[in-house]
Structures are given as structure tokens and as C-alpha cells.
Design a protein around this ligand. Structure first.
Ligand SMILES: [Fe+2]
Ligand SMILES: [Fe+2]
Ligand SMILES: [Fe+2]
Length: 473
């Protein structure tokens, strides 16, 4: 240490004089790397969205909903950092590298849950983790501190996601040797494409030393031809919502909680129970949103960032419902959590119509006498502290969602009034489409039995004809 320094931790604690004196990435190299990492985060978000509705396992839907939001947040941060370093900002809406894109296209082509989980959590996200780790080590800690700061946060989330994926894969494959063969084949396939792209950021997967390079050692993948791509054919997304074998009532479109939660003739405890069922049903919103986020591929970045957050919120609302029901000892997988909403919208409405209906529903939740304030009051009146806690936050989230929907539709030149009017028509038209799916399940009013089982009393609407809900949210 030179005499001019006091014996205090130097350089704000981010580096030593020695480490800060190392030459790291140039701004050009840095921007190139971040542009590739950004593209991977962004496209992995889309992969997760593309598979959310069709993937049957409930817990996988929950995780995809969270991890697509992590990816969106990381992509957003990277966009800002790239624009700080380069004016004008390079285009961030197109692929920076064909080989990287070829890898991501293969990831998208995962055919079932196990393949998807392996592609995401055992190949793509670990490769992203390598890219961030490599950057943290190689960049200068002083000149590139803002990037390093973000990457340390991103690594926490990536590690959490990878750990979830590893546990999910072992659970789905532990008793299935055939699945293990699928995993290793699919991993090898994707590994070839990843090597050809030199990883996410352009680093080779096997790092070469200077000595290796002098001796002419090459990276394996540069010599091995790629296996035939699944992406040879254009991608055909499948937004048909599916649920796993635990859910028996996916096609029972009778969902009495929609009309019971605000029926003044029904006591608060029963209305509160209806609200908890409605929260749990909310998984149909991520199933619907993911489809329009994928299909509307030409929107400004804010569209994806906003709706990505909203999608995660909607999945959390469904999870709140499951937590509250679990706490009461209710097996919520036995509820007829039908897929009617995502089914009729994903298959019988345009992407923009899905957005409009969602917004119209959110508007219908705003009046204080029937909307989210009323729902919170119902939970309080029922003396259910946990439900009140959940509905307090559900209300706050829904106010945010109404703003998100408004911003998005404004970009399309659609006013609030237009959306409400068109939303009603879209609701009625798509509701009628459900007729063709009714034979896939039994249409029964399960509510009176459920109330008797959970509340130990007769439902206030037992034996009464229920009206169809006007707009369902
Ligand atoms: Fe919602
Ligand atoms: Fe909600
Ligand atoms: Fe919402």
C-alpha cells in the first residue's frame, strides 16, 4: 500500500487496488456479451410462456410463472445497462447471433414436461449462470461495477430456479428409467447447439488456456456436425390448457363461487369460502396471458415486462387460494378447477381480444361495493385472518393490473369504454363456445356438498338454481 492511503478499506469495498488494476472487458466486448445474455433471458421468458398452458403439472405452472418474470426482470435490467454503455442502443429486438438463436429454438421445441424442465433447468439456465459467473470474474470490478452489482442479484435468482428444476426433475423421473434415457439424449442434443453458440455469452463451454491454443487444441463442438434441428419446421404453439391427473373436474364448467361470493343472501363464511375457491381458479389467468404474450410478438418491450409481472401475480393469487385451503385441511386438487376461461379464450378469441376481456374483468373488480374492497371486507367479516391478509394484497395487485391493461390497450388505441363494451361481447361469444367441450366432463353443481364438507352446514343456496355469471374474474 502506498503512503498516500489511510488504513481504511479502499475503493468503497468493491475491489482491492490490485484487482481493480486488471484489464477487463472493453465496452465493446461488454455490450456484445450483455446483448447475447439479454437475448437469452428474453427468449427463455418466451419459452416458459409458450409452455405454461399446455404443461399439465400445477407446480410446474407455478414455477414457470415465477421464472419467466425473473427472466423479464433480468432482460429489462440488461436493456438499461446496454443503453447506458452505447448510444444509440443496438437493436435489442432481434437476435444478435444465429447460433445462439438456433440453440434457443431447440429449447423451445421441448416436447413434454421432462424435456422442458431439462432444457430450461439443466441446460439453458446453467449456461446463463456460467455466463454471469464468467462475467463477474473477468470484468474489471471498478469500471464495470454496475453490471457486476446486477449480476450478483441475477445469480441468486438463477440458482434458486435451477435448484427448483433439479428437484422437480428428480421427482418426475426417479421411478422411470425410460425418462432418464430421454433426458440424456435431449441434453446431448441441446449441448451440441449450445457449444456451437459458444455458450450464452460467446464463451466456450470448455475454456482453453493460452497453451492449448498454441498447441492447436480446438473446442469439440467446432469439429462435430450438429444433429438435425427440431426447428427445421416452423414452431406451432399449443395453447390448449392442460392439468395433471389429480384434477378431475377440468371440464366441469359449473363454478358456483363466481356468483356466490357476492350474493347478499349468503353469509360471510360461505362467501369467503367461495372467494378462496375463486383465487385458486386464477391459474386460468396465467394460462390465458401466456398465450397472448407469445402470439403478440411485435409489441414494445414494456408490453412484455408489464404483463410478465401481472402473470406472476395471477399465479400467486392462485397459490394464495391453495395455501388458504391447505391450511383448512382441504385437498384443493379435488376442486373442479375448470379450464373453461383459458380454453375458450386461447382457442376461440384473438390475442388482442384476450387482452381486452382481461382488462374488462379487471375494471369490473374496481367498484368498492362489489369489487376487491368488497372481497377484502368479506374475508374480514368472515373472521378469516389469513383470507383477509391474502385479499388485502390481491386487491393491491389488481389495481396495478388495471393500470397495466390500460397502458397496453392505449397503445392499441382502445379506450376503457370500448374495452368494457367489447369485453362483454367477447365474454358472451366465447362462453357459448364451451358447449362443444361440455361432453368431456360432467356438469354438476358441486357447491352444496363442498360447503357441507368444509363448513359443516347446509349452503345458503342449496337447492336453488344458480345464474350464469355475467363476466368472470
Ligand atoms: Fe386476477
Ligand atoms: Fe387476483
Ligand atoms: Fe389481475
Amino acid at each position: 500500500m502506498l503512503m498516500s492511503t489511510l488504513p481504511l478499506p479502499p475503493l468503497a469495498g468493491i475491489a482491492t487496488y490490485a484487482t481493480a488494476a486488471r484489464i477487463g472487458y472493453s465496452v465493446d466486448e461488454n455490450v456484445d456479451r450483455l446483448t447475447r445474455i439479454h437475448w437469452a433471458e428474453r427468449r427463455l421468458m418466451t419459452v416458459m410462456l409458450a409452455h405454461l398452458a399446455r404443461t399439465p403439472e400445477w407446480e410446474v405452472k407455478c414455477a414457470l410463472a415465477l421464472h419467466q418474470w425473473y427472466a423479464a426482470e433480468h432482460a429489462d435490467w440488461l436493456r438499461k445497462r446496454i443503453s447506458e454503455m452505447r448510444h444509440p442502443t443496438p437493436s435489442l429486438d432481434k437476435s444478435p447471433n444465429d447460433a445462439l438463436d438456433a440453440f434457443l429454438e431447440e429449447v423451445l421445441r421441448s416436447r413434454d414436461t421432462v424435456e422442458l424442465l431439462v432444457a430450461l433447468y439443466q441446460v439453458a439456465l446453467p449456461a446463463l449462470r456460467d455466463a454471469y459467473s464468467h462475467h463477474l470474474q473477468a470484468t474489471n470490478p471498478l469500471v464495470d461495477q454496475p453490471t457486476r452489482r446486477f449480476m450478483r442479484f441475477a445469480l441468486i435468482e438463477l440458482t434458486e430456479a435451477i435448484d427448483w428444476g433439479d428437484a422437480a426433475i428428480s421427482s418426475l423421473t426417479s421411478a422411470d428409467p425410460a425418462a432418464l434415457a430421454v433426458i440424456s439424449e435431449w441434453k446431448d442434443h441441446l449441448g451440441c447447439y449450445l457449444d456451437a453458440a459458444r455458450g450464452i455469452a460467446g464463451d466456450p463451454r470448455i475454456s482453453l488456456t493460452e497453451g492449448d491454443e498454441r498447441r492447436g487444441v480446438k473446442i469439440r463442438s467446432m469439429e462435430v456436425p450438429l444433429p438435425p434441428p427440431r426447428a427445421a419446421d416452423p414452431y406451432k404453439p399449443d395453447f390448449t390448457p392442460r392439468r395433471d391427473a389429480r384434477f378431475q373436474g377440468s371440464y366441469n364448467f359449473e363454478f358456483p363461487p363466481h356468483v356466490i361470493y357476492n350474493d347478499p343472501k349468503v353469509p360471510a363464511d360461505e362467501r369467503n369460502l367461495a372467494l378462496l375457491c375463486k383465487r385458486t381458479l386464477e391459474m386460468d389467468v396465467p394460462e390465458t396471458m401466456s398465450s397472448f404474450m407469445v402470439e403478440r410478438a411485435d409489441q414494445p418491450w414494456e408490453f412484455y415486462l408489464d404483463y410478465s409481472r401481472q402473470l406472476w401475480d395471477e399465479a400467486r393469487h392462485a397459490m394464495m387460494g391453495t395455501v388458504a385451503l391447505e391450511q383448512r385441511g382441504i385437498d384443493w386438487t379435488e376442486l373442479p378447477l375448470n379450464v373453461g376461461f383459458s380454453l375458450r379464450l386461447n382457442l376461440h378469441a384473438t390475442a388482442q381480444e384476450r387482452q381486452i376481456l382481461l382488462y374488462a374483468i379487471e375494471q369490473s373488480l374496481m367498484p368498492s361495493d362489489t369489487g376487491k374492497r368488497f372481497e377484502y371486507g368479506t374475508a374480514v367479516a368472515a373472521g378469516d385472518e389469513l383470507s383477509a391478509h391474502f385479499h388485502d394484497y390481491d386487491w393491491a395487485d389488481e389495481v396495478l393490473h388495471a393500470q397495466i391493461g390500460r397502458r397496453a390497450l392505449k397503445r392499441d388505441g382502445i379506450t376503457r369504454e370500448d374495452a368494457i363494451q367489447r369485453g362483454q361481447a367477447i365474454h358472451e361469444r366465447t362462453w357459448a363456445e364451451l358447449d362443444r367441450y361440455k361432453s368431456r366432463g360432467t356438469q354438476t353443481n358441486w357447491w352444496p356438498d363442498f360447503v357441507r364438507k368444509v363448513l359443516g352446514k347446509e349452503s345458503a343456496v342449496a337447492g336453488k338454481e344458480l345464474t350464469a355469471p355475467s363476466i368472470v374474474g
